[in-house]
Design a protein around this ligand. Structure first.
Ligand SMILES: [Ca+2]
Length: 357
């Protein structure tokens, strides 16, 4: 304290007391007016909140109404989509029926022209139908969403010469008679079930042996695997739809043994409906070897007349789907490729026959 500073002391003079009391009054007034302002603000906010919750209720009501309308519109759209699908299918069935009806008379016309019967049997009692010469669209149409890339290059093909094609795939009994053995995995399906587990090489050997038999030589008949083009031409029998009966997969069971109805086994040939040219089991039961090498892009360069496949390759073509495959594999245009020495238990073949005399 030696430097003259004084300690803080409260000077309770009357002036100070007056000032303090004034301050206290001001403070109380401010506090009161503040509370009033707060009250007013709270009131404003309360009414705003009320306003907003009123708005929210209105919007919620509107939203519910719109959602209801949307649901109804969706239901209507689904209904009309389903109707469009139904009509599309119906149209495909009628189109296929019309095409099949038109094509049904072709074999008869060619049989008359060639002075041949409509059906022939050989020394094995294998039945053949006459495939008329003709023109068709090979491959899948753009509307077939299940089509793979290798089927998509749809193009016109001419089969310039009539050929005989077996009504059924080669059976276990027929294979046994020619080759002296039955390689089938499904022998319990019986002698009239298609032979399975036969390689392309063995199928070709079967054709060679049968063609070389004295009975067939004497009758002037020679055998080979159909070309891929002949196979699809025969399968379609005039139709341009996914199956030879239209697009309705629900009807496939009337025509084919496939994974949906086969119980995972082959079935005797000819139990299902034939196509317009009298050919059975083209869809399903066993895949059928064709003569051609397989090439995915072959349709880009395929000749228009009697295509016979690329000059070489690693795989041979098989067609038609089988007991083990789904419905889409049974489509007329579906292509499969298999190594020529492979023996698949879903693989068999069907004979093409040419008259040599
Ligand atoms: Ca088949």
């Amino acid at each position: 304290m030696g430097n003259g500073q004084r300690g803080v002391a409260v000077d309770l003079t009357p002036a100070f007391i007056a000032d303090y009391e004034q301050l206290q009054r001001d403070f109380d007034r401010l506090r009161a007016s503040g509370a009033a302002a707060c009250e007013a603000e709270a009131e404003r906010l309360r009414s705003q909140v009320q306003d907003l919750s009123g708005q929210r209720d209105r919007l919620q009501g509107q939203l519910q109404q719109v959602e209801g309308e949307l649901q109804e519109a969706r239901r209507q759209r689904q209904e009309s989509d389903a109707q469009v699908q139904r009509l599309d299918l119906e149209k495909s069935q009628l189109t296929a029926q019309l095409a099949a009806a038109r094509a049904r008379s072709f074999p008869q016309q060619w049989a008359s022209l060639l002075k041949q019967p409509l059906e022939l049997s050989n020394s094995l009692d294998t039945r053949f139908v006459l495939l008329p010469a003709g023109q068709f669209w090979m491959g899948a149409p753009d509307t077939d969403l299940q089509a793979e890339r290798d089927e998509r290059q749809r193009h016109q093909v001419r089969i310039t010469k009539p050929v005989w094609l077996a009504k059924y795939a080669v059976t276990q009994a027929e294979y046994q008679r020619v080759m002296g053995l039955n390689p089938s995995a499904y022998q319990q399906s019986g002698a009239t079930a298609p032979v399975d587990s036969v390689s392309w090489n063995e199928a070709v050997e079967f054709c060679r042996k049968l063609s070389a038999s004295s009975a067939e030589q004497a009758a002037g008949r020679a055998y080979r695997l159909p070309t891929e083009a002949e196979w699809e031409y025969a399968c379609r029998a005039g139709t341009e739809t996914r199956y030879s009966f239209g697009d309705a997969v629900g009807e496939l069971g009337d025509y084919a043994w496939h994974s949906g109805n086969s119980d995972w086994i082959t079935h005797p040939v000819g139990l299902k409906k034939p196509n317009a040219w009298g050919l059975c089991d083209m869809h399903g039961n066993v895949w059928e070897w064709c003569g051609d090498w397989y090439e995915a892009a072959y349709y880009n360069s395929s000749p228009a007349d009697d295509p016979r496949g690329p000059a070489g390759g690693s795989f041979r073509v098989a067609r038609g789907g089988s007991w083990s495959g789904g419905a889409s594999r049974c489509r007329s245009s579906c292509r499969n490729w298999v190594a020529p020495d492979h023996r698949g238990d879903g693989l068999g073949f069907r004979l093409a026959m040419e008259l040599t005399s």
